[in-house]
Structure formats: structure tokens, C-alpha cells
Design a protein around this ligand. Structure first.
Ligand code: FES
Length: 161
């Protein structure tokens, strides 16, 4: 198998984990952390590659990914939208932002848009309560209080076309 997500630096770290632990299964979680750190999510393809590399059944790694909230599949969409749903953002009506984003992208919470460009996730506080409702598109932080119309959302989304 050709590895696209398990880059040389990740493979080196996985090798260290394999050497450190008596069972190869014990290398799964630290390896997933390495993938998470590099990609900020767990791409499905990376899980397949890890399964191949460690010779551990795919279902076993998938089970770990779905069990722990910290390991989330990106579903391979090109852009990942994270909308905070905690109290300050709730009071600032994050639902309005979510509704507009859903309408404009065709994606839904936990689901890719049909064109594969967008994935929406509701997340816990992203440390930006001062600009509630706050959301991220990939690594870019947005102040939802400045978004008043659908055109405002369209303009932001167009930056990622
Ligand atoms: S509660 Fe939404 S950013 Fe903190």
C-alpha cells in the first residue's frame, strides 16, 4: 500500500511507539494522536493506512476512532466548518449561523455536502467567547455577530472556493 497520510515523520514516530510497547495494538492511540496533530482530524484514508502499517484490523482502529470524541473523521471534505455550541455562543444564537451555512453549503452537521467541499461539526468552546457566536473554517476564526445576512455568509464561503 502506498501511504499518502502516513508521511515519513509520522512513520518514524509510529516506529518509536512500536518499539516502546510490547503489543502493536498499544501503538494505535499514540499513532492516532500523531495523525490528529498533523491533520487536525483523522482522515478515513489515514486509518486505512494505519491499519495496513500496523497489521491491525481496520475495524479495531475504526472502533477506537469512533469511541473517543477527540478522534473525529473529517469525512474527506475539503473544508471543515466548526461551529461552537456552548452557552455564550448558544445565547448569541449560533443556530442562525448554522442554518445559513447549511443552506449555502448543502452540508449538515456530521455530513459532507454533496459536492464534497464542506463538512460541518458542532464543537465545544473554541476559546473565543468574546466574539460569540464563533466558528472556524479550517484554521480561520470568524466572529458570527458580524454576520447579518446570507450575503455575508456567501462572501465568507466564497473565499474557500
Ligand atoms: S462558548 Fe463559543 S467560543 Fe466559547
Amino acid at each position: 500500500m502506498e501511504y499518502r497520510y502516513l508521511t515519513q515523520d509520522i512513520l518514524e514516530k509510529i516506529e518509536n511507539y512500536k518499539a516502546k510497547f510490547p503489543l502493536k495494538e498499544q501503538a494505535i492511540i499514540p499513532s492516532l494522536h500523531e495523525i490528529l496533530e498533523k491533520y487536525r482530524d483523522i482522515p478515513e484514508k489515514a486509518v486505512e493506512e494505519l491499519s495496513d502499517y500496523l497489521s491491525v484490523p481496520l475495524a479495531e482502529i475504526e472502533g477506537i476512532v469512533s469511541f473517543y470524541d477527540m478522534f473525529r473523521y473529517k469525512k474527506n471534505a475539503r473544508n471543515h466548518i466548526r461551529i461552537c455550541r456552548n452557552l455564550p455562543c448558544h445565547l448569541a444564537r449560533y443556530q442562525n449561523i448554522l442554518k445559513m451555512i447549511k443552506e449555502k453549503t448543502g452540508a449538515d452537521v456530521g455530513k459532507n455536502s454533496p459536492d464534497g467541499k464542506w463538512y460541518i461539526e458542532l464543537v465545544e468552546c473554541i476559546g473565543s467567547c468574546g466574539i460569540a457566536p464563533a466558528f472556524l473554517i479550517n484554521n480561520d476564526l470568524y466572529d458570527g455577530s458580524k454576520i447579518k445576512t446570507e450575503e455575508d455568509i456567501e462572501e465568507i464561503l466564497s473565499r474557500y472556493e
